[in-house]
Design a protein around this ligand. Sequence first.
Ligand code: ATP
Length: 271
Amino acid sequence: RHSMKACNQFVADFEKVIKKPLKHFSKTYYTGVDLGTACVVLAVLDEDYKPVAGAYRYADVVRDGMVVDYIGAVELVRELKEELEQELNTELIYAAASLPPGTDELDGGAIKNVVQSAGFELTNLLDEPTAANRLLQVTDGAVVDIGGGTTGISIVENSQVIKVADEATGGTHLSLVISGAYKLTFEAAEKYKQNKQNHDELLHVLKPVIEKISSIVIQQTKGYNVDGIYLVGGTACLKNIETIIEKTTGIPTYKPTNPMFVTPLGIALSC
Ligand code: ATP
């Protein structure tokens, strides 16, 4: 079981308020801070946990859950926070944040410090797949978060995350392949990849890397009773990536309409 329909509606509501914030009165606000390898997202919910505002920026301050530019990360989160505060005409106090699975001891402190130094009171720090599943509400299956630098796999049984793993293959590797095949700079390859009009053509070029992601999923789910794969993360935006993953794993594979904002919204819901 899962709540893909409700998840899609929630993300669609969030996409609307990114463009036009909802300025109604709320006693308190909850902010989800997602410090990703490619993108930093802030999602704001009101006291009823409904999306009211959001902002995101592509940045190179974190790599695979490791803060590589601490000052840059603090400045960026503070900047986005202030932008949202102005839009909502309020102060944002409470925030939750997340980490890729397995980086807890490694960098949990740095992520926590970034969020606090940007002026938030940190109420929760959880792992990314657990956050994503707050929205997906998968009761049994594997939540697969294909981000920039890594792919995170979490196995859910009876609504509980029972195993998490994170492996170093993600969107960055797809861009490197495009860069090589089309003789483009990495930045140009990223841009080319993110244009949905190029997705049909790109799928052939990217198939081997997607199959590599599938093999990671197969390996990490071995021995578990996984009968559904739920894709999230920016790289899951790639059209028909789910088709290749379903074919190579032999497991029915689902993805939300916009997999990009599932984790940040789940973080905000955990605030
Ligand atoms: P990580 O989870 O590895 O720390 P992250 O949280 O920054 O990284 P996401 O924001 O979930 O990861 O995804 C970023 C990746 O998604 C980048 O590689 C980016 O190129 C890719 N991406 C974003 N939009 C699209 C799109 N429309 N089509 C294909 N790929 C996309």
